[in-house]
Design a protein around this ligand. Structure first.
Ligand code: NDP
Length: 454
Protein backbone atom coordinates (compact mmCIF):
# COMPACT_ATOMS: atom_id res chain seq x y z
CA UNK A 1 0.00 0.00 0.00
CA UNK A 2 1.16 3.56 -0.68
CA UNK A 3 1.58 6.05 2.18
CA UNK A 4 -1.61 7.84 1.14
CA UNK A 5 -3.58 4.58 1.10
CA UNK A 6 -2.14 3.67 4.52
CA UNK A 7 -3.20 7.04 5.89
CA UNK A 8 -6.71 6.55 4.55
CA UNK A 9 -6.97 3.07 6.13
CA UNK A 10 -5.78 4.51 9.47
CA UNK A 11 -8.31 7.30 9.28
CA UNK A 12 -11.18 4.90 8.53
CA UNK A 13 -10.03 2.61 11.37
CA UNK A 14 -9.86 5.43 13.91
CA UNK A 15 -13.25 6.79 12.81
CA UNK A 16 -14.74 3.33 13.06
CA UNK A 17 -13.32 2.77 16.54
CA UNK A 18 -14.43 6.20 17.77
CA UNK A 19 -17.96 5.23 16.78
CA UNK A 20 -17.75 1.82 18.48
CA UNK A 21 -16.40 3.40 21.70
CA UNK A 22 -19.11 6.08 21.70
CA UNK A 23 -21.86 3.50 21.24
CA UNK A 24 -20.48 1.15 23.92
CA UNK A 25 -19.16 3.39 26.69
CA UNK A 26 -16.92 1.83 29.32
CA UNK A 27 -16.78 -1.58 27.62
CA UNK A 28 -13.01 -1.72 27.40
CA UNK A 29 -12.61 -5.45 26.73
CA UNK A 30 -15.17 -5.20 23.93
CA UNK A 31 -13.35 -2.19 22.41
CA UNK A 32 -10.09 -4.16 22.57
CA UNK A 33 -11.56 -7.19 20.78
CA UNK A 34 -13.21 -5.07 18.07
CA UNK A 35 -10.04 -3.01 17.49
CA UNK A 36 -7.99 -6.14 16.95
CA UNK A 37 -10.43 -7.43 14.34
CA UNK A 38 -10.95 -4.03 12.68
CA UNK A 39 -7.19 -3.66 12.34
CA UNK A 40 -7.13 -6.74 10.12
CA UNK A 41 -10.49 -6.45 8.39
CA UNK A 42 -10.67 -2.75 7.46
CA UNK A 43 -7.56 -2.88 5.20
CA UNK A 44 -9.02 -6.04 3.63
CA UNK A 45 -12.32 -4.26 2.87
CA UNK A 46 -10.43 -1.65 0.84
CA UNK A 47 -9.93 -4.41 -1.74
CA UNK A 48 -13.49 -5.66 -1.26
CA UNK A 49 -15.71 -2.57 -1.33
CA UNK A 50 -18.95 -4.58 -1.19
CA UNK A 51 -18.32 -5.21 2.51
CA UNK A 52 -17.80 -1.50 3.16
CA UNK A 53 -20.83 -0.43 1.15
CA UNK A 54 -23.08 -2.78 3.11
CA UNK A 55 -21.45 -1.78 6.44
CA UNK A 56 -20.86 -5.43 7.27
CA UNK A 57 -18.21 -4.90 9.96
CA UNK A 58 -20.23 -2.16 11.66
CA UNK A 59 -23.28 -4.45 11.69
CA UNK A 60 -21.14 -7.29 13.05
CA UNK A 61 -20.16 -5.19 16.09
CA UNK A 62 -23.80 -4.87 17.15
CA UNK A 63 -25.14 -8.05 18.82
CA UNK A 64 -28.44 -9.39 17.48
CA UNK A 65 -29.70 -9.08 21.07
CA UNK A 66 -28.63 -9.23 24.71
CA UNK A 67 -30.83 -10.83 27.34
CA UNK A 68 -30.16 -9.69 30.93
CA UNK A 69 -31.92 -11.23 33.89
CA UNK A 70 -31.91 -11.67 37.64
CA UNK A 71 -31.06 -15.05 39.15
CA UNK A 72 -32.44 -15.39 42.67
CA UNK A 73 -31.45 -18.41 44.73
CA UNK A 74 -31.06 -19.52 48.33
CA UNK A 75 -27.74 -20.50 49.92
CA UNK A 76 -27.24 -23.34 52.41
CA UNK A 77 -27.86 -21.01 55.35
CA UNK A 78 -31.21 -19.93 53.95
CA UNK A 79 -29.98 -16.48 52.84
CA UNK A 80 -31.52 -15.13 49.65
CA UNK A 81 -28.99 -14.24 46.94
CA UNK A 82 -29.59 -12.26 43.76
CA UNK A 83 -27.06 -12.44 40.90
CA UNK A 84 -27.15 -11.12 37.37
CA UNK A 85 -26.98 -13.24 34.22
CA UNK A 86 -26.67 -12.48 30.52
CA UNK A 87 -26.94 -14.21 27.18
CA UNK A 88 -25.37 -12.26 24.33
CA UNK A 89 -26.73 -13.58 21.02
CA UNK A 90 -24.20 -11.98 18.75
CA UNK A 91 -24.62 -13.25 15.23
CA UNK A 92 -26.47 -16.25 13.78
CA UNK A 93 -25.68 -15.69 10.09
CA UNK A 94 -24.07 -19.08 9.58
CA UNK A 95 -25.84 -21.18 12.22
CA UNK A 96 -27.50 -21.18 15.64
CA UNK A 97 -25.76 -19.07 18.29
CA UNK A 98 -23.03 -21.07 19.98
CA UNK A 99 -20.68 -20.15 22.81
CA UNK A 100 -20.01 -20.85 26.45
CA UNK A 101 -21.40 -19.70 29.76
CA UNK A 102 -18.97 -18.17 32.26
CA UNK A 103 -19.55 -18.05 36.02
CA UNK A 104 -17.09 -15.65 37.66
CA UNK A 105 -17.49 -12.62 39.94
CA UNK A 106 -15.78 -10.40 37.33
CA UNK A 107 -18.32 -11.20 34.59
CA UNK A 108 -19.94 -8.09 33.10
CA UNK A 109 -21.48 -7.07 29.81
CA UNK A 110 -18.20 -5.87 28.29
CA UNK A 111 -16.49 -9.21 28.92
CA UNK A 112 -19.40 -11.20 27.52
CA UNK A 113 -19.62 -8.97 24.46
CA UNK A 114 -15.91 -9.36 23.73
CA UNK A 115 -16.25 -13.12 24.12
CA UNK A 116 -19.38 -13.25 21.95
CA UNK A 117 -17.81 -11.11 19.26
CA UNK A 118 -14.67 -13.27 19.12
CA UNK A 119 -16.84 -16.37 19.06
CA UNK A 120 -18.43 -15.29 15.77
CA UNK A 121 -15.04 -15.37 14.03
CA UNK A 122 -13.81 -18.47 15.82
CA UNK A 123 -16.90 -20.48 15.00
CA UNK A 124 -16.70 -19.45 11.38
CA UNK A 125 -13.07 -20.61 11.23
CA UNK A 126 -14.04 -24.11 12.39
CA UNK A 127 -15.91 -24.52 9.05
CA UNK A 128 -18.93 -25.81 11.03
CA UNK A 129 -22.37 -24.12 10.79
CA UNK A 130 -22.29 -22.22 14.10
CA UNK A 131 -23.12 -18.60 14.87
CA UNK A 132 -21.59 -16.79 17.83
CA UNK A 133 -22.85 -16.05 21.32
CA UNK A 134 -21.71 -16.02 24.93
CA UNK A 135 -23.30 -15.79 28.33
CA UNK A 136 -22.79 -16.18 32.01
CA UNK A 137 -23.32 -14.70 35.42
CA UNK A 138 -21.41 -12.82 38.10
CA UNK A 139 -21.99 -15.85 40.36
CA UNK A 140 -18.83 -17.23 41.99
CA UNK A 141 -18.94 -21.04 42.22
CA UNK A 142 -15.77 -21.03 44.35
CA UNK A 143 -16.47 -22.05 47.92
CA UNK A 144 -20.10 -22.95 47.15
CA UNK A 145 -21.51 -26.38 47.96
CA UNK A 146 -22.74 -28.67 45.16
CA UNK A 147 -26.32 -27.99 46.26
CA UNK A 148 -25.78 -24.22 46.10
CA UNK A 149 -24.34 -24.51 42.58
CA UNK A 150 -27.29 -26.72 41.63
CA UNK A 151 -29.85 -24.24 42.95
CA UNK A 152 -28.13 -21.40 41.11
CA UNK A 153 -28.04 -23.35 37.82
CA UNK A 154 -31.69 -24.36 38.14
CA UNK A 155 -32.76 -20.79 38.83
CA UNK A 156 -30.69 -19.46 35.94
CA UNK A 157 -32.13 -22.00 33.50
CA UNK A 158 -35.66 -21.15 34.64
CA UNK A 159 -35.23 -17.93 32.64
CA UNK A 160 -32.60 -18.95 30.10
CA UNK A 161 -34.64 -21.85 28.67
CA UNK A 162 -36.97 -19.38 26.91
CA UNK A 163 -34.12 -18.04 24.81
CA UNK A 164 -32.19 -21.16 23.79
CA UNK A 165 -32.84 -24.36 21.81
CA UNK A 166 -31.03 -26.85 19.60
CA UNK A 167 -31.77 -24.74 16.53
CA UNK A 168 -31.67 -21.36 18.26
CA UNK A 169 -28.78 -21.08 20.68
CA UNK A 170 -26.63 -23.84 22.15
CA UNK A 171 -24.54 -22.79 25.18
CA UNK A 172 -21.53 -24.71 26.54
CA UNK A 173 -19.05 -24.32 29.42
CA UNK A 174 -16.35 -21.73 30.05
CA UNK A 175 -14.61 -20.45 33.19
CA UNK A 176 -16.47 -21.77 36.22
CA UNK A 177 -18.83 -23.89 34.14
CA UNK A 178 -17.75 -27.51 33.74
CA UNK A 179 -19.44 -30.91 33.60
CA UNK A 180 -21.16 -30.43 36.97
CA UNK A 181 -22.80 -27.12 36.01
CA UNK A 182 -23.76 -28.31 32.50
CA UNK A 183 -25.45 -31.36 34.11
CA UNK A 184 -27.53 -29.18 36.44
CA UNK A 185 -28.42 -26.74 33.64
CA UNK A 186 -29.41 -29.49 31.21
CA UNK A 187 -31.44 -31.30 33.88
CA UNK A 188 -33.50 -28.18 34.51
CA UNK A 189 -33.92 -27.43 30.79
CA UNK A 190 -35.20 -30.95 30.18
CA UNK A 191 -37.62 -30.63 33.09
CA UNK A 192 -39.01 -27.29 31.90
CA UNK A 193 -39.31 -28.17 28.21
CA UNK A 194 -40.08 -31.87 28.58
CA UNK A 195 -37.77 -32.41 25.62
CA UNK A 196 -34.48 -34.24 25.32
CA UNK A 197 -32.53 -32.25 22.77
CA UNK A 198 -28.95 -31.17 22.18
CA UNK A 199 -29.42 -27.72 23.69
CA UNK A 200 -26.17 -27.63 25.63
CA UNK A 201 -22.78 -29.09 24.81
CA UNK A 202 -20.19 -30.43 27.21
CA UNK A 203 -22.85 -32.78 28.57
CA UNK A 204 -22.00 -35.94 30.50
CA UNK A 205 -21.40 -39.03 28.37
CA UNK A 206 -24.50 -40.69 29.86
CA UNK A 207 -26.79 -37.98 28.47
CA UNK A 208 -25.57 -37.02 25.03
CA UNK A 209 -22.04 -35.74 25.61
CA UNK A 210 -19.26 -36.34 23.11
CA UNK A 211 -16.00 -38.13 23.77
CA UNK A 212 -13.05 -35.68 23.71
CA UNK A 213 -15.24 -32.61 24.41
CA UNK A 214 -13.66 -32.19 27.85
CA UNK A 215 -10.17 -32.40 26.39
CA UNK A 216 -10.88 -30.59 23.11
CA UNK A 217 -9.79 -27.01 23.84
CA UNK A 218 -6.46 -27.98 25.37
CA UNK A 219 -5.77 -30.73 22.83
CA UNK A 220 -6.76 -28.44 19.96
CA UNK A 221 -4.46 -25.67 21.16
CA UNK A 222 -1.51 -28.04 21.14
CA UNK A 223 -2.52 -29.35 17.68
CA UNK A 224 -2.60 -25.75 16.47
CA UNK A 225 0.89 -25.15 17.86
CA UNK A 226 2.04 -28.37 16.18
CA UNK A 227 0.62 -27.05 12.89
CA UNK A 228 2.44 -23.72 13.29
CA UNK A 229 5.70 -25.54 14.05
CA UNK A 230 5.26 -28.05 11.22
CA UNK A 231 4.81 -25.12 8.86
CA UNK A 232 8.39 -24.12 9.79
CA UNK A 233 9.69 -27.69 9.58
CA UNK A 234 9.72 -28.15 13.37
CA UNK A 235 7.47 -29.91 15.93
CA UNK A 236 6.36 -29.82 19.56
CA UNK A 237 8.51 -32.79 20.59
CA UNK A 238 11.23 -31.96 23.10
CA UNK A 239 10.07 -28.40 23.75
CA UNK A 240 9.92 -26.80 27.18
CA UNK A 241 6.57 -25.13 27.71
CA UNK A 242 4.95 -22.72 30.14
CA UNK A 243 1.22 -23.04 30.73
CA UNK A 244 -0.98 -20.70 32.78
CA UNK A 245 -4.17 -21.71 34.56
CA UNK A 246 -5.02 -25.08 36.05
CA UNK A 247 -8.57 -25.46 34.83
CA UNK A 248 -10.03 -27.40 31.94
CA UNK A 249 -7.96 -25.83 29.16
CA UNK A 250 -4.64 -25.85 31.05
CA UNK A 251 -4.96 -29.46 32.23
CA UNK A 252 -5.63 -30.90 28.77
CA UNK A 253 -2.96 -28.70 27.20
CA UNK A 254 -0.45 -30.22 29.61
CA UNK A 255 -1.78 -33.71 28.83
CA UNK A 256 -1.42 -33.32 25.05
CA UNK A 257 2.05 -31.79 25.43
CA UNK A 258 3.04 -34.96 27.33
CA UNK A 259 1.50 -37.13 24.58
CA UNK A 260 3.60 -35.34 21.97
CA UNK A 261 6.86 -35.54 23.92
CA UNK A 262 7.02 -31.95 25.24
CA UNK A 263 7.27 -30.80 28.86
CA UNK A 264 5.09 -28.33 30.73
CA UNK A 265 6.91 -26.78 33.68
CA UNK A 266 4.29 -24.37 35.06
CA UNK A 267 0.63 -24.13 36.03
CA UNK A 268 -1.17 -21.36 37.89
CA UNK A 269 -4.41 -20.06 39.34
CA UNK A 270 -5.54 -16.66 40.54
CA UNK A 271 -3.34 -17.14 43.64
CA UNK A 272 0.00 -17.74 41.91
CA UNK A 273 2.20 -20.03 39.82
CA UNK A 274 4.01 -23.30 40.43
CA UNK A 275 7.33 -23.91 38.68
CA UNK A 276 8.29 -27.55 38.39
CA UNK A 277 11.60 -27.71 36.48
CA UNK A 278 11.37 -31.52 36.21
CA UNK A 279 8.11 -31.15 34.32
CA UNK A 280 4.53 -32.08 35.15
CA UNK A 281 4.61 -35.81 34.36
CA UNK A 282 1.58 -38.13 34.09
CA UNK A 283 1.53 -38.98 37.76
CA UNK A 284 1.66 -35.33 38.79
CA UNK A 285 -0.96 -34.46 36.17
CA UNK A 286 -3.33 -37.10 37.57
CA UNK A 287 -2.83 -35.55 41.01
CA UNK A 288 -3.46 -32.06 39.59
CA UNK A 289 -6.67 -33.20 37.88
CA UNK A 290 -7.93 -34.62 41.14
CA UNK A 291 -6.96 -31.43 42.98
CA UNK A 292 -8.77 -29.16 40.53
CA UNK A 293 -11.67 -31.27 39.29
CA UNK A 294 -12.62 -33.18 42.44
CA UNK A 295 -11.23 -31.43 45.50
CA UNK A 296 -11.40 -27.96 43.91
CA UNK A 297 -8.19 -26.98 45.72
CA UNK A 298 -5.51 -24.35 45.05
CA UNK A 299 -2.39 -24.71 42.88
CA UNK A 300 -0.15 -23.86 45.88
CA UNK A 301 -0.99 -27.36 47.18
CA UNK A 302 0.86 -28.84 44.19
CA UNK A 303 4.06 -27.09 45.30
CA UNK A 304 3.61 -28.32 48.86
CA UNK A 305 2.91 -31.88 47.71
CA UNK A 306 5.70 -32.22 45.12
CA UNK A 307 8.21 -29.89 46.78
CA UNK A 308 8.66 -27.41 43.95
CA UNK A 309 8.69 -23.63 43.79
CA UNK A 310 5.49 -21.61 44.30
CA UNK A 311 5.43 -17.98 43.19
CA UNK A 312 2.51 -16.29 44.97
CA UNK A 313 0.79 -13.56 42.96
CA UNK A 314 3.05 -14.25 39.94
CA UNK A 315 2.26 -15.37 36.40
CA UNK A 316 4.30 -18.06 34.63
CA UNK A 317 5.87 -15.79 32.00
CA UNK A 318 9.08 -15.18 34.01
CA UNK A 319 10.04 -18.84 33.52
CA UNK A 320 12.23 -19.35 30.41
CA UNK A 321 10.58 -21.59 27.81
CA UNK A 322 10.44 -22.47 24.11
CA UNK A 323 6.65 -22.28 23.85
CA UNK A 324 3.97 -20.54 25.93
CA UNK A 325 0.31 -21.49 26.35
CA UNK A 326 -1.73 -18.80 28.13
CA UNK A 327 -4.77 -20.78 29.28
CA UNK A 328 -6.37 -18.89 32.19
CA UNK A 329 -8.14 -15.65 31.31
CA UNK A 330 -8.18 -12.40 29.30
CA UNK A 331 -5.30 -9.90 29.53
CA UNK A 332 -3.02 -12.19 31.53
CA UNK A 333 -0.01 -11.37 29.32
CA UNK A 334 1.04 -7.71 29.14
CA UNK A 335 3.84 -6.07 27.14
CA UNK A 336 6.40 -6.63 29.89
CA UNK A 337 5.48 -10.32 30.14
CA UNK A 338 5.69 -10.61 26.36
CA UNK A 339 9.14 -8.99 26.28
CA UNK A 340 10.33 -11.29 29.08
CA UNK A 341 9.09 -14.31 27.13
CA UNK A 342 10.79 -13.20 23.91
CA UNK A 343 14.04 -12.19 25.67
CA UNK A 344 14.15 -15.61 27.34
CA UNK A 345 13.95 -17.36 23.97
CA UNK A 346 10.26 -18.19 23.65
CA UNK A 347 9.48 -18.54 19.94
CA UNK A 348 5.85 -19.71 19.90
CA UNK A 349 2.65 -18.72 21.70
CA UNK A 350 -0.68 -20.52 21.31
CA UNK A 351 -3.59 -19.06 23.24
CA UNK A 352 -5.84 -21.58 24.97
CA UNK A 353 -7.64 -18.72 26.73
CA UNK A 354 -9.64 -15.99 24.99
CA UNK A 355 -7.69 -12.75 24.45
CA UNK A 356 -5.08 -13.56 27.13
CA UNK A 357 -2.49 -11.27 25.50
CA UNK A 358 -3.30 -7.57 25.65
CA UNK A 359 -2.87 -5.34 22.59
CA UNK A 360 0.68 -4.28 23.54
CA UNK A 361 1.75 -7.86 24.19
CA UNK A 362 0.51 -8.91 20.74
CA UNK A 363 2.54 -6.07 19.23
CA UNK A 364 5.68 -7.35 21.00
CA UNK A 365 5.15 -10.89 19.65
CA UNK A 366 4.52 -9.62 16.15
CA UNK A 367 7.49 -7.26 16.11
CA UNK A 368 9.72 -10.10 17.31
CA UNK A 369 8.18 -12.21 14.50
CA UNK A 370 7.67 -15.19 16.76
CA UNK A 371 4.80 -17.60 16.00
CA UNK A 372 1.74 -16.15 17.66
CA UNK A 373 -1.55 -18.10 17.44
CA UNK A 374 -4.41 -15.97 18.80
CA UNK A 375 -7.20 -17.62 20.79
CA UNK A 376 -9.84 -17.40 18.10
CA UNK A 377 -7.76 -19.77 15.98
CA UNK A 378 -5.73 -21.70 18.54
CA UNK A 379 -8.49 -22.55 21.02
CA UNK A 380 -11.27 -23.22 18.49
CA UNK A 381 -11.00 -26.97 19.12
CA UNK A 382 -13.38 -26.69 22.08
CA UNK A 383 -16.23 -25.20 20.15
CA UNK A 384 -15.43 -27.43 17.17
CA UNK A 385 -16.01 -30.56 19.24
CA UNK A 386 -19.12 -28.89 20.67
CA UNK A 387 -20.28 -28.65 17.05
CA UNK A 388 -19.49 -32.34 16.64
CA UNK A 389 -21.50 -33.06 19.81
CA UNK A 390 -24.46 -31.24 18.20
CA UNK A 391 -24.07 -33.34 15.04
CA UNK A 392 -24.02 -36.55 17.07
CA UNK A 393 -27.09 -35.44 19.07
CA UNK A 394 -29.12 -34.55 16.01
CA UNK A 395 -28.26 -37.78 14.19
CA UNK A 396 -28.47 -39.90 17.37
CA UNK A 397 -25.08 -41.49 16.96
CA UNK A 398 -22.01 -41.54 19.19
CA UNK A 399 -18.60 -41.46 17.54
CA UNK A 400 -15.59 -43.20 19.04
CA UNK A 401 -12.75 -41.33 20.72
CA UNK A 402 -10.54 -41.90 17.69
CA UNK A 403 -13.21 -40.64 15.28
CA UNK A 404 -13.70 -37.41 17.22
CA UNK A 405 -9.96 -36.89 17.69
CA UNK A 406 -9.36 -37.37 13.99
CA UNK A 407 -12.02 -34.77 13.14
CA UNK A 408 -10.54 -32.38 15.71
CA UNK A 409 -7.10 -32.83 14.12
CA UNK A 410 -8.49 -32.09 10.68
CA UNK A 411 -10.41 -29.00 11.86
CA UNK A 412 -7.33 -27.54 13.58
CA UNK A 413 -5.26 -28.13 10.50
CA UNK A 414 -7.95 -26.52 8.29
CA UNK A 415 -8.01 -23.48 10.59
CA UNK A 416 -4.24 -23.26 10.30
CA UNK A 417 -4.52 -23.47 6.52
CA UNK A 418 -7.03 -20.58 6.44
CA UNK A 419 -4.64 -18.52 8.58
CA UNK A 420 -1.85 -19.17 6.08
CA UNK A 421 -4.10 -18.22 3.14
CA UNK A 422 -5.17 -14.89 4.66
CA UNK A 423 -2.11 -14.14 6.82
CA UNK A 424 0.85 -15.57 4.91
CA UNK A 425 3.51 -13.37 3.28
CA UNK A 426 6.35 -13.80 0.79
CA UNK A 427 9.07 -13.99 3.46
CA UNK A 428 7.30 -17.04 4.98
CA UNK A 429 6.07 -15.21 8.10
CA UNK A 430 2.45 -15.98 8.90
CA UNK A 431 0.45 -13.23 10.59
CA UNK A 432 -2.03 -15.46 12.41
CA UNK A 433 -3.93 -12.42 13.71
CA UNK A 434 -4.77 -11.20 10.21
CA UNK A 435 -5.21 -14.78 9.03
CA UNK A 436 -7.79 -15.70 11.66
CA UNK A 437 -9.62 -12.38 11.62
CA UNK A 438 -10.02 -12.22 7.84
CA UNK A 439 -10.58 -15.98 7.49
CA UNK A 440 -13.33 -15.83 10.14
CA UNK A 441 -14.84 -12.65 8.70
CA UNK A 442 -15.26 -13.68 5.06
CA UNK A 443 -17.75 -16.51 5.55
CA UNK A 444 -20.00 -14.56 7.94
CA UNK A 445 -19.76 -11.42 5.79
CA UNK A 446 -20.76 -13.32 2.65
CA UNK A 447 -23.76 -14.79 4.44
CA UNK A 448 -24.77 -11.29 5.60
CA UNK A 449 -24.41 -9.95 2.06
CA UNK A 450 -26.74 -12.72 0.90
CA UNK A 451 -29.41 -11.80 3.45
CA UNK A 452 -29.64 -8.17 2.36
CA UNK A 453 -30.11 -5.45 4.94
CA UNK A 454 -31.32 -7.32 8.05
P1 NDP B 1 -11.71 -23.08 34.23
O1 NDP B 1 -12.70 -22.41 35.10
O2 NDP B 1 -11.71 -24.56 34.12
O3 NDP B 1 -10.23 -22.63 34.66
C1 NDP B 1 -9.85 -21.29 34.66
C2 NDP B 1 -8.43 -21.20 35.17
O4 NDP B 1 -7.98 -19.86 34.99
C3 NDP B 1 -8.33 -21.48 36.67
O5 NDP B 1 -7.07 -22.01 36.94
C4 NDP B 1 -8.49 -20.09 37.27
O6 NDP B 1 -7.92 -19.95 38.55
C5 NDP B 1 -7.75 -19.24 36.26
N1 NDP B 1 -8.30 -17.90 36.28
C6 NDP B 1 -9.58 -17.55 36.00
N2 NDP B 1 -9.74 -16.22 36.12
C7 NDP B 1 -8.55 -15.74 36.50
C8 NDP B 1 -8.06 -14.45 36.79
N3 NDP B 1 -8.87 -13.37 36.72
N4 NDP B 1 -6.75 -14.32 37.12
C9 NDP B 1 -5.93 -15.41 37.19
N5 NDP B 1 -6.34 -16.67 36.92
C10 NDP B 1 -7.61 -16.83 36.58
O7 NDP B 1 -11.88 -22.39 32.79
P2 NDP B 1 -11.39 -22.93 31.37
O8 NDP B 1 -10.12 -23.68 31.52
O9 NDP B 1 -12.56 -23.57 30.74
O10 NDP B 1 -11.16 -21.56 30.59
C11 NDP B 1 -9.88 -20.90 30.57
C12 NDP B 1 -9.83 -19.94 29.40
O11 NDP B 1 -10.02 -20.67 28.18
C13 NDP B 1 -10.87 -18.83 29.37
O12 NDP B 1 -10.32 -17.68 28.77
C14 NDP B 1 -11.95 -19.40 28.46
O13 NDP B 1 -12.77 -18.39 27.88
C15 NDP B 1 -11.08 -20.09 27.43
N6 NDP B 1 -11.74 -21.12 26.64
C16 NDP B 1 -12.34 -22.20 27.23
C17 NDP B 1 -12.95 -23.16 26.47
C18 NDP B 1 -13.51 -24.41 27.07
O14 NDP B 1 -13.89 -25.30 26.29
N7 NDP B 1 -13.57 -24.56 28.37
C19 NDP B 1 -13.05 -23.01 25.00
C20 NDP B 1 -12.29 -21.90 24.46
C21 NDP B 1 -11.70 -21.00 25.27
P3 NDP B 1 -8.87 -19.83 39.83
O15 NDP B 1 -9.38 -21.21 40.06
O16 NDP B 1 -8.00 -19.31 40.92
O17 NDP B 1 -9.96 -18.86 39.46
Amino acid sequence: MTNAANAEVRQVLEGFMAHVIKRNPGETEFHQAVREVAHSVIPYTFDHPEYRKEKILARMTEPDRIIIFRVSWEDDEGNVRADRAWRVQFNNSIGPYKGGLRFHPTVNQSILKFLGFEQVFKNSLTTLPMGGGKGGANFDPKGKSDREVMRFCQSMMTELYRHIGARVDVPAGDIGVGAREIGYLFGQYKRLRNEFEGVLTGKGLAFGGSLIRTEATGYGTVYFMENMLNHRGDGVKGKKCTVSGSGNVAIYTIEKLLDLGATAVTASDSGGTIYDPDGIDREKLAWLKELKEVRRGRISEYAEHFGCEYMPGKRPWVVPCDLAFPSATQNEVDAEDARTLVDNGCFGVAEGANMPSDTDAVAVFQEAKIMYGPGKAANAGGVAVSGLEQSQNSTRVAWTRDEVDEKLHKIMSDIHEQCVIYGGSDDGYVDYVNGSNIGGFVKVANAMLGYGVV
